[in-house]
Design a protein around this ligand. Structure first.
Ligand code: 13P
Length: 261
């Protein structure tokens, strides 16, 4: 974490919770954050519910002025037209969606998404005023055979489609750490995030490299978040399973308490 960059704790709900559950969850989360004196000027919180929950999430966040940003889990790279089942970035921005995850490893694996497509999705999000959270990460085999290369190649290919001057967030999610309960060590996360920042410097210059937030994702829990956040190049977390539990997610958001102890 670096004081120049505001930490972002992002909860990727994946395919969990319908719109009624989302309403109840967000209400409870906001109480829980309030009870623990959450300060949105210190840490930013975003949740990424399924598409069908977004309208409900928007309504409760707006009507109760909850200090929570809303994100989506995917977006079409096209603007509109005959793309059955796809969702345009403009539709998301009309629901006050601030972020969209692009290139999550589960989309790469189950929907054969390529870096070029992920880049086009990022560009479509940006056109609609939405910040893409660009996911990169290597499998165990790729790590053993190629070290730190794969996430850096992914980033390079994705950014080839993203206009200069665009603001985005990067999430480093090693595939072997996702949902496995076996998180990367803080040192491993720092090493890769530092390589990612160097690559950004090479591709986009110092200003972008030092302003861009890089999140770590993969089995983040309340008992390991503080260690990740102490790393100079880790600016937040993309949390899966642990973001579905109010107490656990609140503790992750309030990781500063862990640092102070
Ligand atoms: P887990 O936190 O469940 O490992 O999931 C991480 C993830 O994929 C977030 O996008």
């Amino acid at each position: 974490m670096n004081t120049q960059r505001k930490p972002l704790i992002a909860g990727n709900w994946k395919m969990n919770y319908d719109h009624l559950q989302a309403l109840a969850f967000l209400q409870k989360l906001s109480w829980s954050l309030k009870n623990t004196a959450y300060d949105s000027s210190v840490t930013e919180v975003a949740v990424f519910p399924p598409f069908t929950d977004l309208r409900s999430a928007q309504t409760i966040v707006a009507s109760e002025k909850l200090p929570i940003k809303i994100g989506a889990q995917d977006v079409s790279h096209e603007q509109s037209g005959a793309y059955t089942g796809d969702i345009a970035a403009a539709f998301l921005s009309s629901l006050d969606v601030s972020y969209v995850i692009v290139g999550h490893s589960e989309r790469r694996e189950y929907h054969a998404e390529t870096d070029s497509l992920v880049g086009k999705k990022s560009a479509a999000a940006l056109t609609a005023g939405i910040t893409p959270v660009i996911c990169v990460g290597e499998s165990l085999q790729q790590r053993e055979e190629q070290g730190t290369v794969v996430p850096l190649v992914q980033l390079t290919e994705v950014l080839a489609e993203v206009p200069e001057g665009a603001e985005f967030v990067i999430a480093y999610e090693p595939v072997w750490a996702i949902g496995s309960g076996q998180a990367a060590t803080a040192a491993q996360a720092q090493e890769m995030c530092s390589h990612i920042r160097s690559k950004l410097r090479e591709l986009r210059g110092e200003e972008v490299a030092s302003a861009t937030r890089i999140l770590y994702g993969g089995s983040v829990k309340s008992d390991n978040i503080a260690e990740f956040m102490q790393q100079p190049d880790v600016d937040g977390a993309l949390v899966g399973g642990a973001s579905l539990k109010i107490d656990e997610f609140t503790k992750i958001v309030q990781y500063q308490t862990g640092l102070a102890e």
